[in-house]
Ligand binder design. Structure first.
Ligand SMILES: [Zn+2]
Ligand SMILES: [Zn+2]
Length: 175
């Protein structure tokens, strides 16, 4: 498997045969958009299958890596395996790429390679679950004293545990 810098993730068009060609790379440290709130600090393994369709190129991309996330419930940093897949059609024909479609990408005239950077990031980010939870049984933080309830048991009584609060809440207007 070829090891490349993230910015070098490109497939020269001359290396794509008519029919199907496969490329395997590994890379590290993608530059994610700031504020994405997730990191992929480990090696990223990339399997790229390119199928020629007339003069176009259909890319089937599969990426595997380890995501680093903060648990949505307790805030703890944890790692989770991520596997993402994405399909993109690269075309020189402007009318095909005209549609507002992320799956179709226009290659400018004279382009000599397919750049994989954006698709690799998209595949990884799309594969991240909407909620990142360190473990199914994560108890989260105590809403009153803030301790991590996976590690400590506190003495706080939360409102939810006390049915008398429910009765009180019903008497008050919502805001
Ligand atoms: Zn957690
Ligand atoms: Zn507490």
């Amino acid at each position: 498997m070829r090891s490349l810098d993230f910015a070098e993730l490109r497939i020269p068009l001359t290396s794509i045969r008519t029919g199907q060609s496969e490329f395997n790379f590994e890379t590290k440290n993608p530059e994610l958009e700031p504020g994405v709130g997730r990191r992929f600090p480990d090696v990223i393994r990339i399997a790229a299958k390119v199928t020629t369709v007339g003069n176009d190129f259909l890319l089937d991309l599969q990426v595997n890596s380890l995501g680093e996330f903060n648990c949505d419930r307790c805030g703890t940093l944890f790692h989770q395996k991520i596997q993402g897949k994405i399909h993109t059609l690269f075309t020189f024909q402007a009318d095909e790429a005209d549609v507002e479609d992320d799956d179709v990408r226009l290659l400018e005239r004279g382009t000599v390679e397919i750049d994989l950077q954006r698709d690799v990031i998209d595949a990884l980010v799309l594969a991240v679950p909407a909620k990142t939870i360190c473990q199914k049984s994560c108890k989260g933080l105590c809403p009153q004293c803030g301790v991590n309830l996976n590690e400590v048991t506190c003495q706080c009584k939360t409102e939810e545990n006390d049915p008398r609060w429910d009765a009180l809440r019903q008497l008050k207007p919502d805001n």
